[in-house]
Design a protein around this ligand. Sequence first.
Ligand code: ADE
Ligand code: ZN
Length: 330
Amino acid sequence: MSLPKAELHLHIEGTLEPDLAFALAARNGVELPCADTDALREAYRFQDLQSFLDLYYALMTVLRTERDFEDLADAYLARAAAQGVRHAEIFFDPQAHLARGVGMGTVVEGLWRALGGSEERHGVSTRLIMCFLRDESAESAMATLDAAGPYLDRITGVGLDSAEVGHPPRKFREVYEAAAALGLRRVAHAGEEGPPEYITEALDVLGVERVDHGLRCVEDPALVERLVRERVPLTLCPLSNVRLRTVDTLAGHPLPAMLDAGLMCTVNSDDPAYFGGYAGDNFDAVRGALGLGPERLRELARNSFLASFLDDDEALRARYLAEVEAYDFG
Ligand code: ADE
Ligand code: ZN
């Protein structure tokens, strides 16, 4: 759907399509665990978050040079633009690259080569959010924040991702305090597979402004009430939830009930190359499976810009919001 929207939950490494993975593997002399793109697509049957993460980290080993990161981001931006994305706040996972000897400069400079020209080339404004891997140590996260020092003018905020259960937000209190002191915005994955308490902790201990996923808040009515009252945005990813079996079926997704409860929901793609669709595909899917009407879809699009980190360019946010209001569903 080409309804104008902001994408607020997108892992750039999760946009690595099989064709590009094989092209980069050939370019860099990297061997992949699957013989061809068909075999790779076969591997996309996930049991849970961890089974996805295993493949996600294995495939991203093809990313080695600045040009690889540029090609990855440019391909994403072209696809996103074609689906109505006007603004993208893009996660990246530096620890997964640093561990392989790929430097922070290679990652950030490479991504920036695509992001820097994105408004002109694709009509998509962008921000970059650096994620810490929660299944790595707090010390490693702090070292990653240090390594990002020279590139902070290109990084808007920090996030927290990877295997959730057993890695509560409080583990990263100090690194989030340090990030806040550097003027970085803060978000974190919470309540994807982890319990509602992780959402509360992300808010109270890490001071996050948005919660990524946040789906399991529905298990705690008092938490829902708080999220509504404080207008905390949730970056939901419906197709991801189905593929990672966080929900049984798309038709059973709690999104309509969450909107009815007054939660500030947004719809995003998470890892579109793995989960069957980009931002517009996620909108199409919820419209089809959940019967959301034009005003609900418009609300989701409006929320995406309101929840974005466009505070430094309110004129641009206002322009996007006007596009949402003017959109004709036909
Ligand atoms: N990294 C990439 N996608 C993720 C997800 N859905 N949850 C946690 N970490 C991730
Ligand atoms: Zn995610």
